[in-house]
Design a protein around this ligand. Structure first.
Ligand code: ADP
Ligand code: MG
Length: 701
């Protein structure tokens, strides 16, 4: 047992030192021996297998070929010479290229020799070549098994420049594994290991890095994936059990004046079946005496806000205050306006608090919250500031939750002795598997039905040369009195480029849609809040017909009269973003349209994204496709929230293991909710260790 050994700073590993340590830290987040140990190869190349030169394709990342050297040539370059070697197998020819150490390589090469060539092919001038390959002379002896599978580690340009390419990293991993003090202790019980026929932890780590054979590699992967998912599930299930038993909640039993007044006299439409069902689910939670912790999923426009409002009125009927937290100022204001409007004539006191609320107003709000005269507070993260205190906060509604960090949410929890009920609304449908992993302790409600009379949005994918056609269509729609969004992508790497992209687009639009006949608004992230609001307002009020924007309008903005969404460079957007954007239209009774503009040349992935959008408007289907395409790490928000730091498991591909892990965790917690039995001590210890390393976990939901 040497737990401290794996906590040793990486700098002290033989062959690393301070410079490389700094880079490993910065580039791959590797700080300790343990971090290096859990930096897994992302693939393995079977060195006993070769690919034919003619079969090299876009899918070939690292390959091995067996070919004979037929020509060597040094080509003078501007800065340095290049060495080009041509090799041939019975399917064709290709070039190997060296930019550095050309002289040394030249000396090493033997004419007509057959080589084992290993490397990553790149396309240059329409031909495949391999830069800086590894060469070996094939031997008649078969490879020792332990060297047949070559691990490929992640690396970066900066690391490569310090000798830490995939191979260099493999080398230091080997140094670590061969160290006398290296040992990994088991963290699963014997029962689990035996029941699931898993291999031991140390054996798994050795084989994940340097597999002795494919079978052991598979076993190592299964073991480590299980372990990873199991402990996440164990924590969630334990927390959930704990919450059900211990976490008392305010009991809202009454449905009284406010709900009845609103429901019978203010609501101008019938609730959908789905809305009714969800409200029932929420009411059951609120009356249970336990704290509600519920995720409300529903597509844009499905009527979540209305459900939230009714929930807040239930709180009010029970003499409790509520707050609603939105991710942006625009959204908070919009919620404030719609909700105030819906409540006109009812004696409900609603206030808005955002970053730009004036000090004087702020004081008034603080006072009203403390003496209970304010019933409902709507705002941005200004709500969680220190000096915002409620008299009786009973319910917190969080809109578009994944934009809030975990720590921010935790602050809200702290506002009261008894934790308020929590309702989290999201329009990003979270696939079931992911929801289970991320929010295992959250109950979910789904609004799977749109209010009646909504026409499905017609989506078309067009190419850039077809812009004139689009402009013609826009003119037609404006003629009919409709409004139009035109959205440009945000390119994170270059904000200046973004703005240029947008302003160029804006200019072009102004040319095509000149005043005074047309009026165009523009909103982007670089504007002052005031300017943004003013532009937004002009569009909302119908003073402008076209809104040119970056993705600031992505969430929640509600202009029912807008019925055309044009998305420029649609290939640059992720699926969930496209879906969110499309949700901005189709909110009124008119037929709405979404036009996706893109270049002709598209990657296979971009093409799938666009065709998915054209094919379906089902948010869950889109989310599933998104997950398949991008992998969970990229799902909007999961990275920011830091919840999903999976090293080896894949939520999509390893769904089976995830379910196993969940079942095993549930069974254990059912018998031993506090993990206090001697036989489970090893699990409790590991959980505690994880908690120490990752403090944020406690309050995620
Ligand atoms: P979400 O928050 O899920 O995007 P909203 O609650 O903003 O959806 O509802 C979108 C629009 O549909 C709003 O204008 C709302 O008043 C309206 N709406 C909500 N529920 C219904 C319903 N049952 N019937 C008709 N219209 C509804
Ligand atoms: Mg909404």
């Amino acid at each position: 047992m040497t737990p401290d050994f794996l906590d040793t700073p990486i700098e002290y590993l033989k062959g690393v030192g301070p410079t490389r340590a700094g880079l490993l830290n910065k580039e791959l987040n590797i700080r300790t021996f343990g971090d290096l140990l859990t930096t897994f190869p992302f693939r393995y190349v079977d060195r006993s297998k070769f690919i034919r030169i003619a079969d090299i394709s876009e899918e070939s990342t690292y390959i091995q070929i067996k070919a004979r050297l037929v020509n060597v040539q040094v080509v003078g370059g501007q800065r340095q010479d290049r060495l080009i070697a041509t090799v041939r197998d019975d399917s064709g020819e290709m070039e190997l290229v060296w930019f550095q150490g050309t002289k040394w390589v030249l000396d090493m090469l033997t004419a007509r020799q057959e080589y084992l060539i290993f490397g990553k092919p790149v396309m240059f001038n329409g031909k495949w070549n391999i830069p800086h390959p590894e060469l070996e002379i094939p031997s008649d002896q078969p490879l020792p098994l332990s060297e047949a599978l070559r691990p490929i580690y992640p690396s970066t340009e900066k690391l490569k420049s310090k000798g830490l390419d995939y191979k260099g990293i493999g080398k230091i991993v080997k140094t670590l594994l061969l160290n006398d003090k290296f040992s990994v202790h088991e963290n699963l019980t014997e029962t689990i290991i035996d029941d699931l026929r898993l291999i031991g932890r140390q054996e798994a780590f050795l084989n994940i890095h340097f597999p002795r054979n494919p079978e052991l590699l598979r076993k190592a992967q299964t073991r480590l994936k299980f372990e990873e998912l199991f402990f996440i599930q164990l924590r969630l299930v334990k927390q959930h059990a704990g919450r059900n038993r211990k976490m008392d909640g305010h009991r809202f039993l009454k449905v009284g004046h406010f709900v009845n007044q609103f429901y019978h006299h203010h609501l101008t439409f019938e609730l959908t079946k789905a809305q009714k069902r969800v409200i029932k689910e929420i009411r059951a939670d609120l009356g249970s005496g336990k704290q509600m912790n519920r995720l409300l999923q529903g597509d844009v426009g499905s009527g979540k806000t209305l459900v939230a409002l009714m929930t807040m009125l239930i709180a009010l009927d029970n003499q409790y205050q509520s707050c609603l937290m939105a991710p942006t100022e625009i959204l908070a204001k919009q919620h404030f306006q719609t909700i105030s409007q819906m409540l006109t004539g009812l004696d409900v006191h609603v206030k808005l608090l955002t970053g730009s609320t004036k000090i004087k107003e702020r004081r008034i709000i603080q006072e009203g919250l403390l003496n209970g005269t304010i019933h409902l507070l709507i705002g941005t993260h200004a709500l969680i500031e220190e000096n915002v205190k409620f008299q009786r906060l009973g319910l917190v509604v969080i809109d578009e939750q994944h934009r809030f960090g975990v720590a921010q949410r935790a602050k809200l929890w702290e506002k009261n002795l008894i934790t308020p009920h929590i309702l989290v609304m999201t329009a990003t449908p979270i696939p079931r598997t992911l929801a289970m992993t991320l929010y295992g302790d959250l109950d979910t409600s789904v609004i799977d039905e749109l209010p009646p009379g909504r026409k499905s949005i017609i989506t078309k994918h067009l190419y850039e040369p077809q812009h004139d056609k689009v402009y013609g269509f826009i003119r037609e729609k404006i003629q009919e009195g409709r409004q139009i969004y035109i959205v440009y992508p945000l390119i994170k790497e270059s904000e200046t480029l973004d703005l240029k992209n947008l302003t160029d687009g804006f200019k072009a639009i102004l040319e095509k849609f000149p005043s005074p006949r047309y009026a165009v608004s523009m909103v982007h992230g670089k504007q002052k809040q005031k300017e943004k609001d003013a532009e937004m307002k002009r569009f909302v009020n119908g003073e402008t017909q076209i809104m040119v924007a970056t993705t600031v309008i992505e969430v929640g903005v509600d202009v029912p009269n807008a019925s055309v969404m044009v998305i420029e460079n649609a290939e640059r957007f992720g699926l969930s973003q496209l879906h969110q954007l499309r949700g901005r239209v189709g909110r009124g009774g008119d037929q709405s349209y979404c036009i996706l503009m893109s270049r002709y040349e598209l990657s296979a992935e971009a093409r799938t994204r666009l065709s998915t959008m054209v094919r379906t408007t089902d948010g869950f289907e889109i989310a599933e496709t998104d997950l398949q395409l991008r992998g969970p790490g990229d799902l909007q928000g999961t990275q920011q929230s830091g919840v999903l730091d999976l090293r080896i498991a894949d939520i999509v591909k390893d769904e089976k293991i995830l379910k196993y892990a969940r079942n095993v965790a549930s069974a254990i917690i059912f018998v031993d909710p506090h993990l206090s039995l001697e036989k489970n001590a090893i699990l409790a210890q590991h959980l505690a260790l994880m908690d120490r390393k990752q403090q944020n976990w406690g309050l995620i939901s």
